[in-house]
Design a protein around this ligand. Structure first.
Ligand SMILES: *[C@@H]1O[C@H](CO)[C@@H](O)[C@H](O)[C@H]1NC(C)=O
Ligand SMILES: *[C@@H]1O[C@H](CO)[C@@H](O)[C@H](O)[C@H]1NC(C)=O
Ligand SMILES: *[C@@H]1O[C@H](CO)[C@@H](O)[C@H](O)[C@H]1NC(C)=O
Ligand SMILES: *[C@@H]1O[C@H](CO)[C@@H](O)[C@H](O)[C@H]1NC(C)=O
Ligand SMILES: *[C@@H]1O[C@H](CO)[C@@H](O)[C@H](O)[C@H]1NC(C)=O
Ligand SMILES: *[C@@H]1O[C@H](CO)[C@@H](O)[C@H](O)[C@H]1NC(C)=O
Ligand SMILES: *[C@@H]1O[C@H](CO)[C@@H](O)[C@H](O)[C@H]1NC(C)=O
Ligand SMILES: *[C@@H]1O[C@H](CO)[C@@H](O)[C@H](O)[C@H]1NC(C)=O
Length: 517
């Protein structure tokens, strides 16, 4: 029986890997000497990822990426019905009867900078890049964050209402960045995706004339108090933004009340910001933004508060949401990853316990450890998956990266606040580089589809592997495992009366999927 099974499995693996090499383009790797490789894509070539491969009955699909250079390497492992596991082994046990949050998804930000970089490539290379993120052979992001007007990742400072004292918004107008860059890219995203794309918008600065310091940057907040003409106009600015985008065929799933409200409040901001204390955000939502959204055709747009570092958990959301009049308009809490070393991820679980009716979404993250993008650095990718795992295991419903792509300098950014990104573009060579971060994102975004539900997963034995498990809407199971050490680790996975054995290589991330039917 077993021999026969292995024979079938062998045939299946051979045909799957042949089919794989036909169906999937391999990583065109390039080593810049920074620890691992990037995969190079251009107008005619880009590596692809197919996850809908036929696998034999009772087997597990395994996708592996390693510091050593594997990128979504595919293999098949036998799913055994025997559950006799040596107690000496490391064992990950799944129990799908114990369920947690429903997954919303994964994505990145469609900033001015990202779209400047995309539009600086030839049209065929642009299409490859958008497909790499959103296409069925790419990592299939389903979330996108869209800044409302400019931020530091713009080439200039602007808002949509720069005419002083225009309280009736008669001069409100989208910028050339929206018309020439962001909206065309958003349209392409919708074209290539076979998933439902959910976009959310975030404002950085209100028009300077509406702010206490009459400037887009620095330390300043809205003039006056909640309910007055400044606050009413700022709320109408959100509605106008949705209306103008709708005219261009782009609609939104969500919005955050303000990007990083602590920026420009506690510190003098070097780039666009509008400061809000939790009390100011509560009152603005209660008197202005909430009623304006509710009275508009955009009343179903999900309003998120905070959109700032987790060190403000749970106090900031508790201040806003313990007011019933403000809370009625709010759906979720946005969280950024900077300063994470100050407080552990348990503050998310604590916030969930105190405010179970509101989802938590990781709304921004990026690596800014080096002054320029670090091409082929594996550790920046590990940081992403490490943080994604921490967030998912503490009730976050998804994780959204910052700029979809940056140029070789980590920009453009008018404030010179440069970062790294999962995709770096080289306009001179008309090519782009998929960093390890891109593949770390893909090990989640490709597999943990919207409406998947996290299930209980525990580990026994001597290991610090990090992992998360979900049940997908089609009933299949997915387990993502990260090993950030320099040693290979062998472990067993047990799910009810099924089990399999696996060795995860050193510095690797793996995604397993199987059906228990
Ligand atoms: C595009 O990439 C492929 C694969 O690496 C390579 O064979 C081809 O020469 C490249 N095309 C250009 C124009 O650089
Ligand atoms: C899974 O959890 C349920 C509910 O707590 C429990 O009854 C069941 O025994 C668990 N199954 C396993 C295999 O541990
Ligand atoms: C808006 O305000 C301007 C001057 O502030 C005025 O000329 C214009 O008539 C107003 N428009 C509306 C629709 O109220
Ligand atoms: C997209 O959303 C629609 C409406 O909610 C739903 O019927 C459909 O199944 C979704 N499609 C995917 C691919 O999730
Ligand atoms: C656009 O591409 C050109 C080279 O083709 C380059 O000189 C310029 O810096 C690029 N722009 C940005 C914003 O990267
Ligand atoms: C970008 O492309 C140009 C032109 O092909 C090439 O000379 C340069 O080395 C590339 N930059 C990197 C970082 O690969
Ligand atoms: C594997 O990776 C984890 C982090 O994901 C690390 O802490 C651990 O030391 C590694 N090795 C083993 C043997 O678990
Ligand atoms: C495994 O459990 C399922 C129900 O959870 C049951 O239908 C199946 O017969 C079991 N298989 C074996 C080999 O025990």
């Amino acid at each position: 029986m077993d021999l026969f099974y292995y024979f079938i499995l062998l045939i299946a693996v051979i045909s799957a890997s042949c089919a794989g090499s036909d169906a999937d383009m391999k990583c065109a790797s390039r080593d810049y000497g920074h620890g691992s490789v990037v995969c190079v894509c251009n107008a005619t070539y880009c590596d692809t990822i197919t996850t809908t491969r036929p696998v034999p009955y009772q087997s597990v699909s395994v996708f592996t990426s390693t510091k050593g250079g594997h990128r979504f390497s595919f293999s098949v492992t036998k799913l055994s019905t025997k559950s006799k596991i040596s107690t000496n082994n490391v064992v990950i046990t799944l129990n799908k009867t114990i369920k947690y949050q429903t997954i919303k998804g994964f994505g990145g930000a469609i900033t001015d900078a990202a779209t400047v970089n995309i539009k600086n490539l030839t049209s065929r290379t642009q299409e490859q890049l958008i497909k790499a993120y959103f296409g069925p052979m790419g990592i299939e992001y389903n979330l996108g964050r869209v800044p409302m007007a400019s931020c530091d990742y713009s080439t200039r400072k602007y808002t949509y209402l720069d005419t002083p004292n225009d309280f009736n918004l008669s001069t409100f107008e989208l910028a050339k960045e929206d018309m020439m860059l962001k909206i065309p890219v958003l349209k392409s995203i919708h074209q290539v995706s076979s998933r439902n794309i959910s976009l959310y918008a975030s404002p950085w600065t209100a028009p300077a004339w509406m702010k206490t310091n009459n400037d887009e940057i620095g330390r300043g907040w809205l003039k006056g108090t909640a309910g007055d003409k400044y606050h009413k106009t700022w709320a109408q600015y959100f509605i106008k933004f949705f209306e103008e985008y709708k005219k261009q065929g782009i609609t939104f799933w969500g919005v955050t009340a303000q990007n990083e409200p602590s920026n420009g409040l506690l510190i003098s901001s070097k780039w666009q910001s509008t400061g809000f204390t939790p009390e100011m955000q509560r009152d603005f939502i209660k008197s202005d933004l909430g009623p304006a959204l509710k009275a508009s055709e955009f009343k179903n747009v999900k309003l998120m508060i905070l959109d700032d570092q987790r060190l403000f958990l749970p106090s900031f959301p508790l201040t806003v949401l313990s007011d019933k009049d403000a809370a009625q308009y709010v759906s979720g809490i946005g969280i950024h990853w900077y300063w994470d070393w100050l407080v552990g991820p348990e503050v998310l679980a604590d916030t969930h316990e105190k405010l179970p009716g509101y989802f938590m979404l990781a709304t921004e993250a990026c690596n800014k450890d080096t002054p320029q993008p670090d091409l082929g650095n594996w550790e920046t990718g590990e940081k992403y998956s490490n943080d994604i795992l921490d967030n998912l295991n503490n009730w976050a419903v998804g994780w959204v990266d910052w700029n979809l792509c940056l140029n070789l300098a980590g920009g453009p950014n008018w404030a010179q606040n440069f970062d790294d990104s999962p995709i770096i573009t080289n306009a001179t060579g008309d090519e782009f580089y998929k960093q390890p971060m891109y593949y770390h994102m893909g090990h989640f975004s490709k597999f943990l589809v919207e409406e998947s539900v996290r299930i209980k997963s525990t580990i026994q034995g001597n290991s610090d592997l990090k992992f998360v498990a979900v049940e997908r809407p089609d009933g299949s199971l997915v387990l993502v495992v990260l090993n950030s050490s320099t040693k290979d680790v062998t472990f067993n996975v047990v799910q009810d009366n099924l089990s399999f054995t696996n060795t995860i290589p050193a510095n690797a991330i793996q995604t397993f999927s199987w059906s228990d039917k």
